[in-house]
Write a protein that binds this ligand. Structure first.
Ligand code: AMP
Ligand code: MG
Length: 281
């Protein structure tokens, strides 16, 4: 028997409007099972996501302009890469448009901050995945005063307008902010220093960033307060448990795909006639 775990939009992962300071990052809201049950459920739900994604892809090939865009935000080690590997990794890669946003290149810096975002938007029928996003331009940029406050201040409205346009053009946005505790981050950074297979993920600057944790919390709170809209709401995800984060993202994506009411595109040929032709070929 397949257990079904429903996620209701906006309120499932954190009471609407509750400050993130009150979030229990080790919680598993909406799910009462343990790691074993969660991992098992994920194995059952991944094929459901995969099937829905294939339907979107098939419709895209048949002229449907719609797409889905998963926006992942979170501090270093929050698990964004793991979501890409384990959740997105379970769907057909040809239907995925993936983009990771790091420190802007020299060319990117010469353009408006949304320039590189526009270039990476999912094509029709695709599942887009942003590992970091335009929100860095009101997070790291705000925390480190990379532009004057008057500049980042107007970006919230600008981002809302940009996202509204995207939604109008047929993109379903699934914005997920992953939160871990400061302690959990320390553990994960320590692991990166213990394991040769994780050295590549470690940057000495990640340790310096820990001093800015409260400033980041404040900047994240502003993002949630000012850019969670009815057309593109934020989901706040407690991410200390990787298995829970993966399950929750899978469910949120499934819910988003189901809202598209996708069906397999109809045959654009006479099936009986083609069967006859094939029999004789
Ligand atoms: P990672 O995700 O670990 O590869 O790190 C990417 C780094 O790029 C993070 O430290 C981000 O804060 C940084 N980054 C991403 N976007 C921007 C931006 N628009 N301006 C400055 N730094 C950024
Ligand atoms: Mg990093």
């Amino acid at each position: 028997m397949t257990k079904y775990w429903a996620v209701t939009p906006t309120s499932a992962l954190l009471a609407d409007g509750a400050p993130i300071a009150e979030l229990d990052t080790s919680g598993t809201p909406g799910f009462t099972g343990d790691k074993k049950a969660g991992t098992q459920l994920l194995a059952e739900r991944s094929p459901v996501l995969s099937d829905l994604q294939e339907k979107l892809y098939a419709n895209g090939r048949s002229g449907d302009r719609r797409s889905v865009l998963l926006v992942l935000q979170g501090m270093d080690t929050a698990g964004k890469g793991g979501i890409v590997r384990h959740v997105i990794g379970s769907v057909d890669p040809q239907g995925v448009d993936h983009a990771a946003f790091g420190v802007p290149s020299r060319e990117e810096r010469r353009h408006h901050y949304l320039w590189r975002i526009h270039k990476a938007l999912p094509r029709a029928g695709q599942l887009g995945v942003f590992d970091r996003s335009h929100y860095e331009d009101v997070l790291v940029v705000r925390v480190h005063n990379m532009v004057p406050p008057t500049e980042w201040e107007r970006r919230y409205d600008e981002i809302n307008a940009f996202e509204h346009e995207l939604v109008d053009e047929g993109t379903t946005l699934v914005k997920i902010a992953m939160f871990i505790s400061l302690d959990e981050q320390k553990k994960r950074l320590a692991e990166r220093l213990e394991r040769p297979d994780k050295y590549w993920k470690f940057k000495p600057a990640d340790i310096d960033e820990r001093a800015f944790w409260p400033a980041y919390q404040e900047a994240y709170q502003a993002v949630l307060d000012r850019t969670s809209t009815d057309y593109a709401p934020w989901y706040v995800l407690p991410a200390d448990h990787k298995w829970f984060a993966r399950l929750a993202v899978t469910e949120l994506l499934i819910a988003a795909f189901l809202r598209l009411k996708l069906d397999w595109p109809p045959a654009l040929f006479d099936i009986a006639e083609q069967k006859r032709r094939l029999a004789q070929a």
